[in-house]
Structures are given as structure tokens and as C-alpha cells.
Design a protein around this ligand. Structure first.
Ligand SMILES: [Zn+2]
Ligand SMILES: [Zn+2]
Length: 354
């Protein structure tokens, strides 16, 4: 596995075969950093993800490229694994400085366009309504309603995210001169998440099929957040956890020799990690079904009883919303599998085991 080998620049890792990783910090975030990958092509360097929109992150990205004797102006293209701000945040600034194109899957581009166009008020109404439906107590929803009524709404990240100019088409090779990089659509973490499969022999001759840039889909030590795809304009009942589990199996079948994720560190044995994550979610689903067998629960009540990295009382406000979304994604899956059902006539809707 590659180490930090580029001399004197601890932020840059040479992965061999014209692939480097730059550790771009995410301010005030336990994740620490995004691994922005640089892929050498015959038309110039291409970035896979860009990092958080922050001056220190930008400086680190520029310095990392500098250590490779590259300038931001040299960047030929930007390929985005998914729309989250720790991946897509600096894309606009990179494009401005270089004229590079930005490519993203259509489903995530849709999120970017929708977020840019939406009034903050619409989002606050949507969240209040969604939380009430999930069974959140009034005291949790009240601050949202109060902020809405006062007009003092925090700006949301992603309001000014760059609109991509190219579409990443699933299963197709990206048009990169001299490289074979294929898009694998892996919805779940976001509706348009993609992994990128570098279909070239591993430079260190590790056994397996090339290398996989896995974004947030497959990480060595973290299970990515799977919530509901939030779309105030759609009534469509989606099953993001089901999408995610299917996407995991697809990646396992690729059998890449090495995985280059967007956080943490590069690793081998993708299949083993896929199996661990599939087992983890199956255990979680089984545990949740047991909770529903004891008593019918709203998504909120289920989230309160689920196991998190700390007791529910200590989970901050915003993280509770994410936790409820995660509980709902698991409920959707259980309902889809016929292992749980909504209790007819309950309001807010409670679910029971089947
Ligand atoms: Zn993400
Ligand atoms: Zn991320």
C-alpha cells in the first residue's frame, strides 16, 4: 500500500501509475479530510473530487498540486463522486482558475440544481413537516418553525454549489485521453453517487481488477450515512438503503485490487469490506425489527432506541435529524422486505414487525 512518499509534502501520497492523493482538510469535522485524487491523463491532470469550500482547504489543494509540479490552471477536468460539500465544494473555484469541465451523475446534478433554486423557507417547511410525520416531539420542531417565522434562516451548505457541465453516464468510460476510467453508479449515500473504476493493471501488481475510486460508498473504517433522499418536490417513495446494499454487491463483484476512498486511507480486500458492511446492515435491520416486535414505534421513537455512537440525550440537534433519516431508511427497507408494516390509522404513523 502506498505511503506518503512525495518528499517533504505530508499531504500528498503517490499511489503509482499516475495516481496521487492529496489530503484536503475539512474544517471542524471529525472526518478530518477529503482525499482528492489526481489522475494524470494525456490532456492534463484530472481531479476526482475537490474538497470543502474553505480557504485552508483550497491552499492545501494548490500546495498538493504544486508538490507534483502542477498548477491549478493545468487541471483539465473534475470528476465528482457525489454532490456533498466535502467532495464538490471547491469544484467551482477549480473551474474558474483552470477552465476545467466538471462531471457528475445526473441524479446528483439534479440535487445541486434544486438546492440552488430553492428558497430556504421551502426547506424549513419541508423539514418541519417531515419531522412531524416521523413523530418528532413539538419541542424539536419548534426552533425550525420559529426561524422560519422570523425570516432568520441559516444559509444552507450547497446553495452556491457549482452546476456541473458534463454528465457521468453509468457503465461508460469517461472520455479521458490515455486512461480507462469507468463510471459505476452506486446510489445509496446519495441518489447519484458513482465509484470510478480504473481498468488498468495495478502498478504494484496486486491481484484483482484495477483500482476503484470509491468516494464515500466504500470506506475502510466507517459505514457511510444512509438516510432518505431529501426531495421536497417529490412524492416518490425511495429505498436508499436497498439501493446502497445493491450497490455494495455490485462493487464486491468488481474485485478491485485496491480501493482509493475519499476519506481515511487506501485498502485492499474490497470484497471482505463489502461483506462486513452487508452483515452490519443486516444485523441492524434484525435489531430494529426486534424493537418493532416489542411495540409499534414512529421513526423518531425508533431512532431514540437505536444504537448510536453516544446516548440519544447527547446527540446534538442537527445529528438527531440525520439519525431519524437513517431510522427511516431502515424502516423503508424492512417494509419493502415484508418484515415490518405501518399500523393502519396511526397518526403519526407507527410501524410494527410482521
Ligand atoms: Zn458524502
Ligand atoms: Zn464525504
Amino acid at each position: 500500500m502506498a505511503e506518503d512518499t512525495t518528499q517533504g509534502t505530508p499531504h500528498v501520497t503517490d499511489h503509482g501509475g499516475g495516481v496521487w492523493g492529496i489530503k484536503v482538510p475539512i474544517p471542524d469535522n471529525p472526518l478530518g479530510h477529503t482525499l482528492v485524487h489526481v489522475l494524470d491523463t494525456d490532456r492534463g491532470p484530472v481531479l476526482i473530487d475537490t474538497g470543502w469550500d474553505d480557504p485552508e482547504s483550497w491552499d492545501t489543494l494548490v500546495a498538493g498540486l504544486g508538490a507534483l509540479s502542477l498548477a491549478i490552471a493545468d487541471v483539465h477536468g473534475v470528476v465528482i463522486t457525489h454532490h456533498h460539500p466535502d467532495h464538490h465544494g471547491l469544484s467551482g473555484q477549480v473551474r474558474e482558475a483552470s477552465g476545467a469541465w466538471i462531471a457528475m451523475h445526473a441524479a446528483d446534478t439534479e440535487v445541486v440544481v434544486r438546492t440552488r433554486a430553492s428558497e430556504p423557507g421551502v426547506w424549513f417547511d419541508y423539514m418541519s413537516e417531515k419531522l412531524a410525520t416521523a413523530g418528532a416531539p413539538e419541542e424539536h420542531i419548534a426552533p425550525l418553525r420559529a426561524a422560519r417565522a422570523s425570516g432568520r434562516m441559516r444559509t444552507l451548505p450547497g446553495l452556491r454549489a457549482a452546476v456541473p457541465d458534463r454528465e457521468i453516464v453509468p457503465a461508460e468510460l469517461l472520455p479521458l485521453a490515455g486512461r480507462r476510467l469507468r463510471a459505476i453508479w452506486t446510489p445509496g449515500h446519495t441518489p447519484g453517487h458513482v465509484c470510478l473504476h480504473l481498468e488498468e493493471k495495478h502498478p504494484g501488481n496486486l491481484p484483482g481488477n484495477g483500482r476503484l475510486f470509491s468516494g464515500d460508498h466504500l470506506l475502510p473504517g466507517i459505514s457511510p450515512h444512509i438516510g432518505l433522499y431529501e426531495d421536497p418536490s417529490s412524492e416518490r417513495v425511495t429505498d436508499p438503503l436497498g439501493d446502497y446494499l445493491d450497490s455494495l454487491e455490485r462493487i464486491g463483484r468488481l474485485q478491485p485490487a485496491e480501493v482509493l476512498p475519499a476519506h481515511q486511507y487506501a485498502f485492499t480486500d474490497a470484497q471482505g469490506r463489502v461483506r462486513e458492511l452487508l452483515d452490519h446492515h443486516e444485523e441492524r435491520l434484525t435489531g430494529l425489527r426486534e424493537l418493532l416486535a416489542a411495540e409499534p414505534l414512529t421513526p423518531w421513537a425508533l431512532a431514540e432506541r437505536m444504537e448510536w455512537n453516544r446516548p440519544w440525550e447527547q446527540i446534538p440537534y442537527g445529528s438527531r435529524n440525520i439519525a431519524v433519516s437513517e431510522a427511516e431508511a431502515h424502516l423503508r427497507r424492512l417494509v419493502k422486505q415484508g418484515r415490518a408494516e405501518a399500523v393502519p390509522g396511526s397518526d403519526p404513523v407507527t410501524y410494527r414487525a410482521v
